[in-house]
Design a protein around this ligand. Sequence first.
Ligand SMILES: [Zn+2]
Length: 268
Amino acid sequence: MKTTLRAALAAALLASLPALAQPAAEVTLTRLECGSGVNDQRRFSDVFAYTEPKMPFTYSCYVIKHGDDYMVWDTGFAPGTNPSAPKVSLGDQLAQMKVKPEQVKFVGISHFHADHTGQLNTVPGATLLIGAKEWAEITAAKPMAGANVAGFTHWISGGGKVEPQALDKDVFGDGTVMILRTPGHTPGHQSLLVRLKDKGPVVLLGDLAHFHENYQNNGVPGFNYDRAETLASLDRVKQIEKNLKATVIVQHDPRDIGKLPAFPASAK
Ligand SMILES: [Zn+2]
């Protein structure tokens, strides 16, 4: 009886650690240009820390390859919608990478603003990984101001699968790609941790901070949803950065473009 119990416990333990039983999937991370422009830096501090009216901004999309599966993280502006919109679409850039939209299993978004969700429709077959509180706002009778509801039409109508995330999410079940809860900019804002074999851990911040100065000095834009949540999320990511010796990428800061290889090359 004892032996049977021990065997059952061992089996249960192994079942909870599937990653150990399989060879690790190769994981790569590629940055795609999804827009560029300038912004008034003064808008990004609720304590009037800045004076620069024209600060360069970049708009980044990312592709994560995990074994044979792909994930897209943030989708930028839709081409042609405004002067900062990308010249080359997400779909065309995926094609340059020889990735078909139907190979994209997940589309994760940091939050619901248009500069992160403008090209969701490029991957209609992908499961949408969105913060639960974001999804609640998008589908509310009166959605929160600034939410790009139109970008989600396919998923709101039931055409695509959606998994609203209330907690952190281990996307592929082996710890290599993790969505981190980092609320504050918006109610259900998320960042992404990608653990690469050679480069090491990388955190894609989303809009937890919009440029280096705000990340370093715990700056909070006046238009953020919640100041205290923003500060708590910044503290969380800074501890992750320290503990994992992670590379932190501020998605809108052009100075961080060079932290990953130039498209179509990928970090491994
Ligand atoms: Zn943004």
